[in-house]
Ligand binder design. Sequence first.
Ligand SMILES: O=P(O)(O)OC[C@H]1O[C@H](OP(=O)(O)OP(=O)(O)O)[C@H](O)[C@@H]1O
Ligand SMILES: O=c1cc[nH]c(=O)[nH]1
Ligand SMILES: [Mg+2]
Length: 212
Amino acid sequence: MRVQVIDHPLVAHKVSVLRDKSTPSPVFRQLTDELVTLLAYEATREVKTVEIQVETPVAMTKGIAFAKPTPLVVPILRAGLGMLEGMTRLVPTAEVGFLGMARNEETLDIITYAERLPSDLTGRQVFVLDPMLATGGTLIESIKFLFDRGAADVTCICLIAAPEGLARLEQSYGGNDKVHLILGALDEKLDENAYIVPGLGDAGDRLYGVAH
Ligand SMILES: O=P(O)(O)OC[C@H]1O[C@H](OP(=O)(O)OP(=O)(O)O)[C@H](O)[C@@H]1O
Ligand SMILES: O=c1cc[nH]c(=O)[nH]1
Ligand SMILES: [Mg+2]
């Protein structure tokens, strides 16, 4: 498993504003979108391409197109939905599949309440979008789902991760070179409720305006 924490001032600045509890939902959504485009730049470095011919107004030249089958982008509902548009703007030919998963906040068990993915993912490059990697339960479940369907490789883009979740993913996929993690920040720890510290609170609630 390859893990990259993107060390860049543009990323760090946007993460800082996301963390601020006074940042309202519309700004939070906008920043999430912008942050994804920055992280996607690195996450798609190994996306499969084919060479094509392009005619400029001056001459023929070589260009590239995304190879087929096109990448599959999978936002994990609900919070991952806030990352979808930023990703598809950069990979417009990508197909989109959906996984709906929620943590039972008492037991931390993962409930999969929705699944709309192609039944056969053989040979597909998959990009999973989920802002928070806390205990790692949700991502482990998602990655397993995708490999069970035949995915060739799985790249997860997360805005913030906790060391505890990363360690759990290492246990499950450490030896698997088909799993990549792209992170906007690696935080200190989880608190007693398995929330990331310092984190940004509940990403789904902050994106979609649930007041506390
Ligand atoms: O690493 P884990 O401990 O599994 O936690 C991370 C998950 O928790 C959040 O989703 P949540 O379950 O709150 O659902 P939501 O997106 O509907 O808010 C987050 O978006 C991740 O999917
Ligand atoms: O800190 C956390 C942990 C899980 N889910 C979130 O949205 N935030
Ligand atoms: Mg939530």
